[in-house]
Design a protein around this ligand. Structure first.
Ligand code: HEM
Length: 83
């Protein structure tokens, strides 16, 4: 479920409509009225996701890491604002 969501939110940065809808849906499911994910948790979450991907992806490099940080950074900003 998380991988599917990550692919969609990445597509949103290229303007893909299904990706934009996914960001909206995830912002709502994680907001204070639903899962109540406090904004300070997103930075910790991003570090953990990146640490796991770095261990498991043999072709991981600095460029890949920067791309993840940039793209997920945009998504996280949206989710924090929607909190
Ligand atoms: C870009 C950031 C994130 C994405 C794309 C994402 C995506 C998802 C998806 C697809 C689900 C399952 C569907 C749903 O319940 O909405 C989910 C559930 C969940 N997420 Fe996130 N998430 C993000 C950040 C976080 C963070 C920062 C936390 C807390 C540290 C978190 C905690 C949870 C929890 C507790 C669930 C429910 C798990 C369950 O039902 O067993 N998420 N997330």
């Amino acid at each position: 479920m998380l991988i599917k969501s990550l692919k969609l939110v990445a597509a949103a940065t290229a303007g893909v409509p299904a990706g934009l809808a996914e960001i909206k849906a995830r912002s709502e499911s994680h907001d204070r009225k639903h899962l109540d994910i406090k904004p300070h948790l997103y930075g910790l979450w991003l570090s953990s996701v990146i640490a796991s991907a770095r261990i498991h992806d043999k072709s991981w490099d600095a460029r890949t890491e920067d791309a993840w940080k940039t793209i997920l950074g945009h998504v996280i900003n949206r989710m924090k604002k929607a909190y």
